[in-house]
Design a protein around this ligand. Structure first.
Ligand code: DAH
Length: 373
């Protein structure tokens, strides 16, 4: 290559280096551009090696031209690298400068158990002291355990009230914890003393007091000579422990196919002491749980002779109880992940009844017709 051509080419390379250096935005890109030009196989790097190809009399000039180009391109890239370094340290100091000691720090949110879990543990503790075991059954049930064996045949109108999610495998999502009554009878035989806390499901339109997923706690006691007196004594003890005070209770007749007789157990309203207020709808009583003496057919389905053994059962709405205890007015909060709901159990020194904490969403009251929820 003629010296003149070489000089032209070097000028072009310098020009290209300049525009590339102006374009790169970070160190890695710069390194690549540098390699493309100054590297051994780079446009300028390659030319540097050609000096030997020139006649000795022009070598001096060729060398000068090459060195000058090499230096100027090198300087260009050095400046570019410096620019990046400055930018980075400016960002560092901006970050450091952003620290404002007067701002509140990151608040640590202590973990907490869900209100339903808190109430469940409390109930388990009470019943374990009475010699009850804690049993469990599947969420996905058979029609037999959920209905049939509980004295609710296919044609029974009670099935309408417990519509649920039917699965492709002929199973269903259990509508209550009662099927575990039968499972426990089959598993252990009499005598039985157990509770069954667990998740239940209903095909419901969701509102402040209805959810498609909620928790119940079943109770079952079977032995010789078990009577309604035992039921009343156990229920009174349970409510006293949960609400930390003596509560008045009353039984009203209630119909459930799997108990006979069946009752609705009411508790005197803890807000007004029984005088009547908005929470108890002026009645002085709050419906707390359905219960009754286990129907002979149910005992038979569980393989127990009803002429020898009797028993009582109850179905406590765990979700509803947790809402009452912690003053949560909207059932939708319970499955929502709303952290305000988690503030309740651990923070409250003692038991608190409806209306003490401002967790009211859409202002709805829990009503007595929640589906065991
Ligand atoms: N399983 C019933 C329901 O979800 C509640 C119930 C009522 C359970 C009476 C019982 C009982 O054990 O004795 O509606």
């Amino acid at each position: 290559m003629e010296l003149e051509d070489l000089k032209k080419q070097l000028a072009e390379i310098e020009h290209q280096a300049k525009s590339l250096a102006a374009e790169v935005t970070h160190a890695e890109a710069l390194r690549q551009v540098k390699a493309r030009i100054l590297g051994k196989k780079g446009t300028l790097g390659k030319l540097m090696g050609t000096i030997r190809d020139y006649a000795p009399e022009v070598r001096g000039q060729v060398g000068q031209a090459l060195n000058a180009a090499n230096k100027s391109v090198g300087r260009l890239f050095d400046e570019c690298a410096n620019r990046f370094r400055e930018k980075e340290s400016a960002a560092d100091s901006a970050r450091a400068g952003a620290f404002d000691p007067t701002l509140p720090g990151d608040r640590e949110m202590p973990g907490n158990v869900h209100p339903v879990t808190a109430v469940q543990w409390e109930i388990e503790r009470v019943f374990e002291r009475l010699g009850f075991t804690v049993e469990a059954g599947p969420d996905m049930e058979t029609e037999h355990y959920n209905f049939e064996a509980l004295n609710i045949p296919a044609t029974h109108p009670a099935r309408d009230m417990q519509d649920t999610f039917w699965l492709a495998n002929d199973r269903l999502l259990r509508t209550h914890t009662s099927p575990v009554q039968i499972r426990t009878m089959e598993k252990f035989g009499p005598p039985i003393r157990c509770i069954v806390p667990g998740r239940c499901f209903r095909y419901e339109t969701i509102d402040a007091s209805h959810e498609n997923t909620f928790h119940q706690c079943e109770g079952l006691m079977i032995d010789k000579d078990i009577s309604i007196a035992n039921l009343i004594a156990v229920m009174r003890l349970l409510l006293r422990e949960v609400f930390q005070r003596d509560v008045k209770i009353r039984l009203r007749p209630g119909y459930f196919p799997f108990v006979e007789p069946g009752f609705e157990l009411d508790m005197s309203c803890l807000i007004c002491g029984g005088d009547g207020c908005a929470t108890c709808k002026r009645s002085g009583w709050i419906e707390i749980l359905p219960c009754g003496m286990v129907h002979p057919n149910v005992l038979r389905f569980g393989g127990i002779d009803p002429h020898v053994f009797t028993g009582f059962a109850f179905g406590l709405g765990l979700t509803r109880l947790a809402m009452m205890k912690y003053g949560i007015h909207d059932i939708r909060v319970m499955n929502s992940g709303d952290l305000r709901a988690l503030v309740h159990p651990a923070r409250l020194a003692g038991p608190t009844i409806t209306g003490t904490l401002p967790l009211v969403i859409h202002g709805a009251e829990t009503s007595g017709d929640a589906p065991g929820g």
